[in-house]
Design a protein around this ligand. Structure first.
Ligand SMILES: NC(=O)c1ccc[n+]([C@@H]2O[C@H](COP(=O)([O-])OP(=O)(O)OC[C@H]3O[C@@H](n4cnc5c(N)ncnc54)[C@H](OP(=O)(O)O)[C@@H]3O)[C@@H](O)[C@H]2O)c1
Length: 282
């Protein structure tokens, strides 16, 4: 892999900039976006059982004939597939859809109280069996990670959470760092809502980059990995061209935009109910 990578606590390497595939939900769109992304330098492709596109991604990767060791595939166990046996069976099905014998990274999509420890035990077993190289979580708070630590044989190496200038999760990023967990930002652009910010526009103009590029660079300079999604070829390319630097002052000004504004669900509600509750999307 020529991509810029970060070392995970288990010794594996993960590309810092990956491609998110949520809402890439036709074979044609998958073929076009993944080819564009691969040619632009992306090597990490992020999917999930919940996106119902693992089979499209698998077909595209077969068609592109990319050697398996040249790419990094992440998938996630859906809430409905949690529990020890269900997780193992559902990942065997994911591997079939993705047409691969292993995942580079498997995440628990959301913490669910009912299956909290059993699902993690299944991930440890899948890693032991060589079906996944690295195991991690998504949408876990510091409290969820502390709870997991009471029974886990090994801790997650990645925590993928919603993170963008309007929800900078600084305390969680610091917690993750202290525990050797890489934070990976989902909706790193806030699903587009951060892109109209006037201060960000001025700062981006100053660097002759787009607001999206500015935000993605801000993430990387905080040690946070990113998985922006776009179905637009020019944006896919642009989101991978991050060869400029922000000063500490500029980065600090972006930090000040935090307003704890979520575009997605509150993990605590999903933890309690076992389901994604669409309170922010209605
Ligand atoms: N773990 C989780 O619970 C979770 C939850 C949500 C998402 N994710 C993952 O994170 C990935 C990214 O998150 P996301 O898709 O929610 O949001 P995002 O990447 O923050 O934003 C995507 C939106 O921004 C637009 N966009 C992208 N690049 C742009 C650019 N350079 N200029 C202007 N607009 C741009 C896209 O438009 P177009 O597509 O129209 O170009 C799209 O509307 C997902 O695809 C998924 O893989 C994980």
């Amino acid at each position: 892999m020529t991509e810029q990578t970060i070392q995970l606590a288990d010794g594996n390497k993960m590309p810092l900039v990956g491609f998110g595939t949520y809402l890439i939900n036709t074979q044609d769109m998958m073929d076009t976006t993944i080819k564009t992304a691969f040619d632009a330098g992306y090597r990490l492709f992020d999917t999930a059982q919940l996106y119902r596109n693992e089979d499209f991604l698998g077909d595209t990767l077969v068609k592109l004939k990319i050697p398996r060791d040249q790419i990094f595939i992440t998938s996630k166990v859906a809430e409905i597939s949690q529990g020890y046996d269900n997780t193992i069976q559902s990942i065997n099905a994911s591997l079939k859809r993705l047409k691969t014998s292993y995942l580079d990274l498997l995440l628990i999509h959301w913490p669910v109280q009912e299956h909290f420890f059993d699902t993690w035990r299944a991930l440890e077993k899948l890693k032991e069996d060589g079906k996944v190289k690295s195991i991690g979580v998504s949408n876990y708070s510091a409290a969820h990670l502390e709870l997991l630590k009471t029974q886990a044989k090994e801790m997650p190496v990645v925590n993928q959470v919603e993170l963008h200038p309007y929800l900078n999760q600084r305390a969680l990023v610091d917690f993750d760092k202290k525990h050797h967990i890489v934070t990976q930002a989902w909706s790193p652009l806030g699903r587009g809502v951060t892109l109209d910010n006037e201060m960000l526009k001025k700062m981006a103009d100053h660097h002759h980059v787009s607001v999206a590029q500015l935000i993605l660079k801000w993430h990387l300079q905080h040690g946070v990995a990113v998985i922006p999604k776009s179905k637009t070829p020019s944006r896919i390319v642009e989101n991978h061209q991050l060869d400029f630097d922000l000063s500490e002052d500029e980065s600090g000004m972006i930090d000040l935009l935090n307003r704890n504004q979520r575009t997605g669900n509150d993990p605590e509600i999903v933890y309690e109910t076992g389901k994604q509750y669409k309170m922010y999307e209605e």
